[in-house]
Design a protein around this ligand. Structure first.
Ligand code: ADP
Length: 499
């Protein structure tokens, strides 16, 4: 064990790794270059598997397969009902492999096995079924055209979609993008993050078993600057759906602009405020704020990283928040008593520790945590800073780790102003018993999702995405279908008509 699980022996539980090659046109293949790269187990830093390393040449092959499947294959042409049936079968297969898939993401990304089984994999299954239900309900409108014409719109699949995703939720990210794209009749080339390529390859295998035709889903693991850039700058990719950092979102949009002006949707960073008012149930507020920042070790774009507490309950909140953080158990993600596993890799581990040093040197007060939680693996203690000022780096940058910044406010107006004092706008949390306060703040915060007296309450039907530099375009909900559909207006001349 890593030595920080207080007693319980963690199962080694590294799952058998079956798929490590690129998946192109329905086959697992080596990279043309023959190169491979390592993916590591963040619990130990040891190599978990060597995976085929796709680059531009392999992306070209994958795009060609996706193009052929789109132009000539059955998938875009079959009825929505048929697509729906196959997608439901795909969902059933994912569900049947829940245990194994949760273990795969657990070992590859350091995610809690238990939560993988009850959240990540079931949510992905639900997402697939939600969009399977949409596949036979895609239709346009009859237009009110003046003159002797009739008009209607057709919703047509966008074409070949490039999907570039991060490592924090390898499974959810895959299905957030792939499910609506499939429902729309698109074909996809997915580049999973280099840190966590394993589950995406498994999904490609299950998709084939479910009857998704060859070329419809292609998966090319590899690095951002090579495989990722080849997708975003490809002349034959119609759209890119991206989740990741704001910095790389900008690079992708530039590449799209310079190449073929493909459409782009970007779900980027966040620095989401959690706003707690005097009338809140304080224990509930402490629990929610702890969850909001320490869930998935803070590696979540909607992490509630800035906690604003009204002055009347501030001192009590601080005391309880520190106790709650100290009670949040860091340990092997395969141990059911752990609340939080290791950061995904050494780069993130060092990055988070550097931010903690920044916090200290900028004059914030470190209340708890602030250090590695083990001498092995990438574990970091749940960390809380207070006396944080809006202009400090730790209050402005997305840390992507278990670091809470606590701040005090007096009035509702001040809370709104401070909450909006960020370049990001992904999510916000509000804890209050007042309906008026909840309504006022919900409507004033510039963020794509607002959670009132809850946090992380995701649902496939709730559109999710950013304001400001958190990006644009929506995942989830019927709104996400728009990213994968073209709208065509068809206008037909009419003979004389009484209407
Ligand atoms: P994070 O900081 O969370 O690792 P990134 O934005 O760096 O997020 O990475 C998210 C995804 O974008 C990964 O799949 C990564 O490989 C990919 N990526 C990184 N750089 C580029 C790039 N220049 N072009 C295209 N994709 C990239």
């Amino acid at each position: 064990t890593n030595g920080c699980s207080n007693g319980k022996v963690a199962r080694p539980a590294v799952p058998e790794i079956k798929f490590t090659k690129l998946f192109i046109n329905g086959e697992f293949v080596n990279a043309v270059s023959g190169k491979t790269f390592e993916t590591r187990d963040p619990r130990t830093g040891d190599v978990l598997a060597r995976v085929a390393e796709g680059d531009k040449t392999d992306v070209d092959l994958a795009v060609k397969a996706a193009r052929d499947a789109f132009e000539h294959g059955k998938w875009p042409r079959m009825s929505g009902y048929e697509r729906s049936r196959i997608m439901n079968k795909f969902a059933d297969l994912v569900e049947q492999h829940t245990e194994e898939l949760a273990a795969l993401d657990g070992a590859d990304a350091g995610k809690l096995l238990l939560l993988g089984k009850i959240i990540d994999i079931p949510s992905a299954v639900q997402m697939l079924r939600y969009y399977a239900g949409a596949a036979d309900k895609i239709h346009g409108e009859v237009l009110r055209v003046s003159g002797k014409y009739q008009g209607y719109t057709l919703k047509e699949p966008m074409g070949v979609v490039g999907v570039i995703i991060p490592w924090n939720f390898p499974t959810m990210m895959f299905f957030l993008k792939v499910s609506p794209a499939l429902a729309a009749g698109c074909t996809v080339v997915v580049k999973p993050a280099e840190q966590t390529p394993l589950s995406a390859l498994y999904y490609a295998h299950l998709a084939k078993q479910a009857g998704i035709p060859d070329g419809v889903i292609n998966v090319v693991p590899g690095f951002g600057e090579t495989a990722g850039a080849a997708i975003s700058s490809h002349m034959d990719v119609d759209s890119v759906a991206f989740t990741g950092s704001t910095e790389i979102g900008r690079v992708i949009m530039e590449a799209a602009a310079r190449s073929n002006l493909k459409t782009v949707s970007l779900e980027l960073g966040g620095k989401s405020p959690m706003i707690i008012f005097d009338d809140a149930d304080i224990d509930m507020a402490v629990n929610l704020s702890r969850l909001a920042i320490f869930f998935n070790k803070g590696e979540i774009c909607v992490a509630g990283s800035r906690v604003y507490v009204q002055e009347g309950i501030y001192d009590e909140f601080v005391k309880k928040a520190v106790e709650a953080a100290q009670d949040w158990k860091v340990g092997d993600p395969f141990d059911v008593s752990s609340n939080m596993g290791p950061q995904v890799d050494q780069v993130q581990f060092e990055r988070v520790l550097k931010y903690i040093e920044h916090g200290k040197s900028e004059g914030a007060t470190l209340l708890t945590g602030g250090k590695p939680a083990s001498d092995k693996g990438y574990y970091i203690e749940p960390t809380i800073f207070t006396d944080v000022k809006e202009e400090m780096k730790i209050a402005q940058d997305e840390i992507f780790g278990p670091v809470m910044c606590l701040m005090k406010f007096k009035t509702v107006e001040e809370a709104i102003e401070k909450a909006n004092c960020t370049r990001y706008g992904l999510a916000a949390g509000i804890v209050t018993k007042s309906l008026d306060v909840a309504n006022k703040v919900s409507r004033s915060v510039r963020a794509g999702t607002v959670w009132v007296n809850c946090y992380f309450a995701f649902d496939p039907d709730a559109p999710f995405g950013g304001y400001k530099m958190s990006g644009f375009g929506r995942d989830q909900g019927m709104a996400a279908m728009d990213k994968y559909l073209q709208v065509k207006s068809v206008i037909t001349a009419l003979p004389d008509s009484p209407w």
